[in-house]
Design a protein around this ligand. Structure first.
Ligand code: PLP
Length: 380
């Protein structure tokens, strides 16, 4: 049996056809008909007025912060439990990230902690310039609470929807929340174009500014004139072609990942010491990744023991994200929290979750988890 991967690409016939069309048309450039079409189709998918196709999700996050005027000396509050790209985008603007802990019920930014922190910052007259909220592992944050809290202090919200494309919260799609949202087509995402990202916004001025900045901020002149610092962040027409073919199968991919999650939940339901990332009441997660937590005393082995045992049996898994406030590169940054993300990091393990896993693959993962050698004293 071949190695079982965490979240491999799952292409579609439409993606192949669009890619060949782009190639044959010789639109092999960071512009072209597939870029234009993908932007229109994506905006409709996210129920936004505008979507700007970019080279990565990280580029989308960075541009969003640049357009909010964030610069050195500013603070941006963001989720501590995330991939480094989120926090890095803050650093690219030379602003300082302040890390907010997760709530146990969604693993996303804790609205109570955010409310307390903003109230105190307001009293001290040092409100952040933005709040950058992450939707973790396929699940939207609690925007029903987060957005009104931020609106009270007039602090703009950017949604990092890189991991949550296809999810819903109170009937609204991931990517529809906040002033701007970033999506990703990285190779491990629910749909992928091998790379690429999208900035979604409801404001025309933001979309126009993003396109301008992403193409090296070229002023209107026959020669190359630049009065603003720009970036090379536009998406290739080849990538956009693949992306269009992938958007067509997003619903199927969500259904497959949710079915994986349901299988794991039912197959491991009677195993003591294994629990699952919760799904919030108002949300429909895609379960981009299925994440378990391991209680070593009850299970008889630790998260690391399971990880090791799976690896020895050709199964890829991955510890939950190491929170940003524990990362050496962010040492010294402020952290507001109660240790929830620390605990998820210590005990969380992402299981193979690809939409192209077979039922034999899923059964093999469960079988190896259950047969992890028990090493912990006092085990059940
Ligand atoms: C939460 C989160 N934010 C941002 C990104 C960055 O996206 P990209 O890889 O497209 O730059 C990723 C993943 O790659 C992510 O998981």
């Amino acid at each position: 049996m071949s190695r079982i991967l965490l979240s491999p690409p799952h292409m579609s016939d439409a993606a192949r056809e669009f890619l060949l069309d782009a190639f044959d048309s010789n639109w092999v450039a960071p512009m072209g008909p597939h870029v234009d079409a993908l932007e229109i189709e994506f905006a409709a998918l996210l129920r936004r007025e505008h979507a700007v196709a970019l080279s990565s999700g990280t580029a989308a996050l960075h541009l969003a912060l640049v357009m909010l005027g964030i610069e050195a000396g500013d603070e941006v509050y963001t989720s501590t439990l995330t991939f480094a790209a989120t926090a890095n985008s803050v650093r690219y603007t030379a602003a300082t990230p302040v890390f907010v802990d997760s709530e146990p019920s969604s693993w996303n930014m804790d609205p109570d902690l955010l409310a307390e922190a903003l109230a105190m910052a307001s009293r001290e007259n040092r409100l952040p310039k933005a709040v950058l909220v992450v939707d973790l592992y396929g699940q939207c944050a609690d925007y029903g609470r987060i957005l009104p809290i931020c609106a009270r202090y007039d602090v703009p919200v950017v949604e990092d929807a890189a991991e949550s494309l296809g999810a819903y919260y109170k009937g609204q799609p991931a990517g529809a929340f906040g002033d701007m949202a970033a999506c990703s087509f990285n190779g491990n995402k629910i749909i992928t174009a091998g790379g690429g990202g999208m900035l979604a916004t409801s404001r025309r001025s933001h979309a126009e500014r993003a396109r301008f900045l992403a193409t090296q901020a070229r002023d209107p002149a026959p020669h190359y004139e630049h009065s603003t610092l720009g970036f090379n962040y536009r998406m290739s027409n080849l990538i956009a072609a693949i992306g269009r073919g992938q958007v067509q199968v997003l619903r199927d991919r969500v259904a497959a990942r949710r079915a994986n999650n349901a299988f794991y939940r039912s197959a491991l339901s009677n195993v003591p010491g294994i629990d699952f990332m919760p799904e919030i009441k108002d949300g429909d997660s895609t379960f981009w990744l299925t994440v378990i937590t391991v209680e070593p005393e009850a299970f008889g082995a630790s998260r690391d023991d399971i990880y090791q045992h799976l690896a020895e049996n050709d199964i890829e898994s991955r510890p939950a994200w190491k929170p940003m406030h524990l990362q050496p590169v962010y040492a010294g940054c402020q952290y507001i929290g109660r240790g929830v993300a620390d605990d998820i990091f210590r005990r969380g393990l992402c299981l193979p979750s690809g939409s192209n896993l077979t039922s034999r693959d899923l059964e093999a993962v469960v079988e190896q988890i259950v047969h992890t050698p028990r090493a912990v004293q006092g085990a059940a």
